[in-house]
Design a protein around this ligand. Sequence first.
Ligand code: DC
Length: 226
Amino acid sequence: MNKRPLVIAIDGPSGAGKGTVARNLASRLNYRHVDTGAMYRAVAWKALQEGLDLEDEEAVSRLARGITLDAQGGAVAVDGIDISREIRTPAIDAAAARVARQPKVRAVLIEQQRKLGAGGGVVMEGRDIGTVVFPNADVKLYLDASPEERARRRAHDPSHTAGRGAAAVTDIANALEARDRLDRTRTASPLAVAPDAIKMDTTQMSVDEVVERVLRMIEANHSRSL
Ligand code: DC
């Protein structure tokens, strides 16, 4: 039996631990890590740079199709320019949620995500990876945590607090809740749990505990692929 590298899909709301868990898992398995949220953020950033109306779905999707995005390995670049820091601001939080609602923009990015994961050997994180992008993913995880814990994590994550000063946890909690509501209630690929996803509540768990549990699960079910 040939070794076939896996597609591992990780979905869940903001602050549930997807990013850190995905990065750690990818490094332990020697897989690529693709942050699809960063792709929506990068499109939003570029659209604002170009002065586009974010509600102009035709223009934003044309822009998304015309740029070269790289959101692998923790850094994010548009047309070769690193914008990893620029896309983690409150303005881009809001702008990314707006462009992510648009089916034409999603179609462009979903196509790129499928290409990135086609050969397997990838840990891809987002909101719709196990439901829409890779409904046949080998492993599907849905990470969640209590709203308080998610807000606390965001408030202490330097990559999400750049330019935000010491934002109060309650402000962050309110913004997270508003964004999650947008992500869950939009018609195009809303945040949802795939029926065959393994749901984990990470409120009381460390990153290492989550990663170890997932690795044990993968070893038990997919040992031939490792
Ligand atoms: O994970 P994040 O906060 O960086 O995601 C940015 C925005 O993009 C957020 O509003 C959710 C949205 N998103 C999405 O709709 N689908 C994905 N696969 C990933 C992110």
